[in-house]
Design a protein around this ligand. Sequence first.
Ligand code: HEM
Length: 382
Amino acid sequence: MGDPSEVGSGRAWEDQRSIYDALRTESAVSHDDDTWIVLRHAEVASAATDPRTFSSKVTTRRAIPNSLDGAEHASFRAVVDRYLTGERVDREESQCRKHAAAIVDALPRGVTVKTIASIGIPYAVRTQSSWLGWPPELEDELVGWIQDNHAATRSGNRHTMSAVAERFDHMIRALLEKRQGQAVTCDVTSELLGDSVDGRPLTTEEIVSILRNWTAGDLGSLATSVGVIVHFLASTPEIQREVRALVEVGDHAALSAAAEEILRIDDPFVSNRRVATRPVSLGGEDIPGGCPVVLNWTAANRDPLVFGDPDRYDPAGNADANLVFGVGPHVCPGRALTLMELRVIIEELLIRTTWIEPAADRPAVRETPPVGGWACVPVVLR
Ligand code: HEM
């Protein structure tokens, strides 16, 4: 994304949202070397819903379904969607609640707690592992992997990133090999091992790729989202009171909408890549064919042309334009699962505490771009 100190008047990347806000005021699409960064809501939505012009095949590495286009994408997307239906998500809720309650109960009261390390990461790893039927012994390895993956992303070093990705594949392969020699168990991973696409069995390669895309990016996103939401509730007491009232009356839909709106204001899932398949004009810029394009969800989710004051919390009013989970054929298939998981952790946190406040002794620290959200959210639970 270029040198951030060159943007505006040398502001630091303390909060990358302010940099994107400034860039978006200047132009809908910004140009950095040969990469085009799409910042405004209308242009991001238009590119995301035009996969013929903005292809997801951004690397030679095949990521299922993320890097696929057209009919091939539709076939694999149908496989993925089968595992993330509303009915399946409902079935996961009691397990998630068990994990959330155990995590919150184990936290000390009246002293500083690090939200992401002590709540977000263990919750993400345990809920995903139960959903996939992965053994609890894998927890430490997965936690270590999330941290290394974040560090690799921050470093921007392609070799480090690909080494970390390789390590994840290795972990999944070892797990699948163990499964293949065992009696069939009834969980998502076993089901995937016996699943098919377009009438033929999925290959091991494809299964590893599907599992990687369910977990690799998303474990981190869930943990980071918990950090963003807890930071928001701790630092805006009037909204914490409002959300506590929703928990009390058990308004699930309003709680999910609250989580999605908080993530819109401070979207930690910053961007996805595309490549222009032909010369195209977008937001007044001429993008040459073959050029890399970045869809910046964080910037689009704060576009005043759509949301007015981007920091104004209005779950009902802003829901229709919310782009936290993307739009178009690649729209996140994990949205319902994520919103259930976030609602459950919010519920258990608020039921099991009387108040959450920012820690007086340690300020929250922003993540290092391109990773979004917060690196550390110290809070005190009452
Ligand atoms: C806070 C959590 C999450 C956020 C913010 C998020 C956001 C997104 C976004 C913006 C996209 C669109 C990507 C694009 O257009 O290129 C996406 C795609 C995707 N997400 Fe999520 N996601 C989250 C959690 C999850 C979870 C828990 C799962 C799986 C269990 C998941 C699986 C996927 C997959 C497989 C795709 C690719 C879909 C396709 O290419 O058709 N996500 N996600």
